[in-house]
Design a protein around this ligand. Structure first.
Ligand SMILES: *[C@@H]1O[C@H](CO)[C@@H](O)[C@H](O)[C@H]1NC(C)=O
Ligand SMILES: *[C@@H]1O[C@H](CO)[C@@H](O)[C@H](O)[C@H]1NC(C)=O
Ligand SMILES: *[C@@H]1O[C@H](CO)[C@@H](O)[C@H](O)[C@H]1NC(C)=O
Ligand SMILES: *[C@@H]1O[C@H](CO)[C@@H](O)[C@H](O)[C@H]1NC(C)=O
Ligand SMILES: *[C@@H]1O[C@H](CO)[C@@H](O)[C@H](O)[C@H]1NC(C)=O
Ligand SMILES: *[C@@H]1O[C@H](CO)[C@@H](O)[C@H](O)[C@H]1NC(C)=O
Length: 304
């Protein structure tokens, strides 16, 4: 009876205390205990639903590849009874999160913990705020495109015998200017070839081509194809069967940048058909020359 009452109270604390700031509580439907014995009550807090913007409604943070960015996380500053504080930053979806940063700091002189950073993936993370003022904002340096994710800030404060956890979530989006990684000509069988332009960019880059006659060939032309490489933030443009001799330009553009690179085709494409056509034109010419020479020889002989 008493256990059931305690359970209800605990459940009320769980749900009442956290649901309003985006967190939901999970408690077992039923907890059984024997009178006079101790029992354990679970109170699990899964992550907030995606789209929950954090207490200050800061919204997603956007950074450029290679730059640094700060993910905000503020919490109520620990009072003088707090003995230690641990800041955990995790990334991932709510079910496969992994810890990228773990900093523990003693707050009281007699605390048994030492000031230490136990996890700092690739040494790219750092706290830049003042923890004692309630700022656990995280700086991430040398941003990579695959850093795009949801980041969860958990601050564990030990106070007397209890531990308080404050949680927040921020979405990070990394963008990158359109950059040409590769422009090359690929011979493909005897029918012709392809010019390949591989571009990195986020949002994905648009690719247009300029042919040796200076006309612009758009993505949707029948001479070209465009494919996006999933998970690699790359777009691959192909110019099929280039038939003109001269310089082709690949123009890559997105809202953060533009790059143009050129490639020269010395022969008229790789298209042997031109060569074959040439050969067919040569045969009558050779025949004509042979006839001419025979004629001249005959003429000389007859004269003799
Ligand atoms: C929210 O963030 C802004 C700017 O980052 C700050 O000026 C403001 O004080 C914050 N508000 C609260 C309630 O924390
Ligand atoms: C973070 O570091 C503290 C202190 O070293 C350790 O007790 C704790 O288990 C660590 N937590 C995680 C999730 O790595
Ligand atoms: C952080 O804030 C506390 C309290 O306001 C102050 O005593 C301390 O000097 C600050 N630390 C830094 C590194 O600014
Ligand atoms: C993210 O991208 C970087 C650079 O391209 C690479 O070194 C790293 O292994 C990638 N990380 C993951 C988890 O895929
Ligand atoms: C191609 O176009 C550019 C700009 O429109 C111009 O400057 C250039 O002279 C043109 N080249 C040829 C070969 O027509
Ligand atoms: C890329 O192409 C799409 C569709 O053709 C167009 O809506 C968009 O504005 C283009 N983006 C840039 C940066 O040119």
């Amino acid at each position: 009876m008493l256990v059931a009452l305690v359970c209800i109270i605990a459940m009320a604390i769980c749900t009442g205390g956290f649901s309003e700031d985006g967190w939901s509580a999970e408690t077992p439907d039923k907890v059984t205990g024997r009178e006079g014995k101790a029992t354990i009550l679970f109170c699990k807090f899964p992550h907030p639903q995606l789209g929950y913007k954090g207490q200050n409604n800061t919204g997603p943070v956007t950074g450029m590849k290679g730059d640094s960015v700060t993910l905000p996380c503020t919490f109520t500053p620990p009072d003088r009874f707090a003995s230690s504080l641990t800041v955990l930053w995790m990334k991932g979806d709510p079910y496969t999160e992994c810890t990228v940063f773990n900093h523990t700091r003693p707050l009281a002189a007699d605390s048994r913990v030492t000031d230490s950073v136990t996890v700092n993936e690739e040494d790219r993370y750092g706290l830049i705020g003042n923890l004692t003022q309630g700022d656990a904002s995280l700086r991430i340096s040398d941003l990579q495109l695959n850093d795009t994710n949801d980041y969860f800030c958990h601050v564990h404060i030990k106070r007397r015998r209890r531990e308080y956890v404050i949680r927040d979530v921020t979405r990070l989006r990394v963008v990158a200017p359109a950059t040409i990684l590769e422009l090359s000509a690929v011979r493909d069988g005897i029918t012709g070839g392809t010019i390949v332009c591989r571009v990195e960019g986020e949002p994905p880059a648009n690719i247009t081509w300029i042919d040796p006659e200076n006309s612009t060939v758009h993505e949707d032309s029948s001479d070209t194809t465009v494919t996006r490489v999933p998970g690699k933030y790359q777009t691959v443009g192909r110019f099929l069967d280039p038939t003109l001799r001269g310089t082709y330009s690949c123009v890559a553009v997105n809202e953060h940048g533009r790059e143009v690179r050129q490639i020269r085709l010395a022969t008229a494409g790789f298209n042997y058909s031109n060569f074959i056509i040439g050969m067919f034109c040569l045969i009558p010419l050779v025949k004509f020359l042979l006839l001419l020479i025979t004629g001249i020889i005959l003429f000389i002989k007859i004269k003799d």
